[in-house]
Design a protein around this ligand. Structure first.
Ligand code: IPE
Ligand code: IPE
Ligand code: MG
Length: 244
């Protein structure tokens, strides 16, 4: 009897866009008897690992949720610590990200960030504009409801000015007025630390994303964790409303 040809399947292509809700820094620190800021500091290390791992694993877009609009409600000292770490990260890491071929962009309410941070962000975007190895999107002072509302306002203004008709307010034009205009929607969303909610992250863009929740706290998130989440993604059947 003729053996069935044993074709070794090529590895499936990685998801184009992976988005991560980086959660659990505080609990990581508290469980070690450390102040919460120590968790955020270790979380910044995990960001570095996630970026290089995403490049290695062939991901094209990596979006990281770093600070939500609602995170402004945290105690003043924690916000100060987080902004301090952000400053440090941006001033130290951009050259290396540029060297790795990473294009970095920021989404969120820029006008609520300190002017020197806005300058660092603008510089990072300008400096890495032509890089193509990985598109890194960092969500800072970001809220999806605020983003969608701003898009609606912009479209209403354009309609009022007679530039478009109300009928031209559609899925494409709305998506085109979001901060993620021109970017593919996330295929895979990962949330660390065992929480299972979206916390105002990319509500429009996640319409058909696959969700992977892991109990790993963000500061412990490794290349293997990312690879495992991608494997889980490959086991899913995406239907987009159609039949299988
Ligand atoms: C995620 O860790 C970082 C930010 C939201 C800025 P948390 O600070 O939310 O950590 P937990 O959830 O309290 O453990
Ligand atoms: C979501 O985490 C925001 C970021 C990871 C930046 P939170 O820890 O702020 O979310 P909730 O409050 O638990 O929903
Ligand atoms: Mg949290």
């Amino acid at each position: 009897m003729k053996a069935i040809s044993s074709r070794t399947d090529a590895a499936p292509p990685p998801p184009t866009h992976v988005a991560i809700i980086m959660d659990g820094n505080g609990r990581w620190a508290i469980s070690r008897g450390l102040p919460r800021v120590a968790g955020h500091r270790q979380g910044a290390e995990a960001v570095r690992t996630a970026i290089t791992s995403a490049v290695d694993l062939g991901v094209s877009y990596l979006t990281l949720y770093g600070f939500s609009v609602e995170n402004w409600k945290r105690p003043k000292n924690e916000v100060t610590d987080l902004m301090g770490l952000l400053r440090l990260y941006l001033s130290r890491e951009i050259a290396e990200l540029d060297r790795q071929g990473v294009r970095i962009r920021f989404i969120g309410q820029r006008d609520r960030l300190a002017p020197d941070i806005v300058r660092l962000i603008d510089d990072a975007e300008g400096r890495t504009r032509t890089n193509t190895k990985l598109n890194l999107v960092v969500a800072l002072s970001y809220g999806a409801r605020q983003e969608i509302t701003a898009a609606a306002t912009a479209l209403a203004r354009r309609a009022l000015a007679g530039e478009i008709t109300p009928e031209e307010i559609n899925e494409d034009s709305l998506a085109g007025h979001l901060e993620t205009a021109g970017m593919p929607d996330p295929d895979l969303v990962i949330r660390t630390s065992g929480e299972k909610r979206v916390s105002n992250f990319l509500l429009w863009q996640l319409a058909y994303a696959e969700f992977v929740f892991t109990d790993t706290l963000w500061p412990d998130f490794s290349r293997d964790d990312l690879a495992e989440a991608i494997n889980e993604f490959h086991r899913r059947e995406r239907r987009f409303g159609a039949t299988g």
